[in-house]
Design a protein around this ligand. Sequence first.
Ligand SMILES: C[S@@+](CC[C@H](N)C(=O)[O-])C[C@H]1O[C@@H](n2cnc3c(N)ncnc32)[C@H](O)[C@@H]1O
Length: 220
Amino acid sequence: MSGKTLNMTSALLNYLVDTSSREDKLLHALRIETAEDEYANMQIAPEQGQFLNLLVKLIGARKAIEVGTFTGYSSICIANALPSDGRLICCDVSDEWTSIARRYWCLAGLSERIDLKLAPALETLQGLLDQGQARTFDFAFIDADKENYDGYYEACLRLLRPGGLIAVDNVLWGGKVADPTVQDVDTRAIRALNKKMQSDKRIDYAMVPIADGVSLAVKR
Ligand SMILES: C[S@@+](CC[C@H](N)C(=O)[O-])C[C@H]1O[C@@H](n2cnc3c(N)ncnc32)[C@H](O)[C@@H]1O
């Protein structure tokens, strides 16, 4: 009876979250605080955070990078899954939003594990490549401005070791990717990357319909 992915009704989504969420008090508090922000919907869903945490543990990642940190929800899910001597590099341009993230990293005891780079992420990623850090990362999460998604994907792919994993967020973009009347820059950029990843021989790949859609790519 499972030839296709289930249509997710609100009742079913509530059930999924109620019966599977392990969101702790700190992440819950961060979600509540972020809800006050007019851009709160940029934060990843709790079930997605739990999924990222599981993936990072599954591949035994020690060195990770996040492109798009906002108030820190996904970074905590990722950093919590790293060993105590693991490292997460966070890329963002907003001092205001990441000051909230820094406060929660401190409360979570994760400050030592996380290195925030406040600069356009393409510059940060290129800087890491220039420093000779290609093929040294185990995990990358891409969740910043959509226009630059292809650039983030290409740079992260170079930074990843073979067998490393990239997770790309918002690949279903609220359903807009499947609506041909929507032709804005962000939607077109996501569509283009989705298409590219489908036939990209450098990766093994799956698109997962969790939250706003997450593409997973393992570097060959
Ligand atoms: C969707 S939010 C990230 C959400 C975050 N992953 C979470 O779990 O809450 C996107 C973030 O990307 C950042 N951003 C936008 N353009 C950027 C750029 N060129 N370089 C780095 N970060 C950027 C924004 O400041 C914002 O915090």
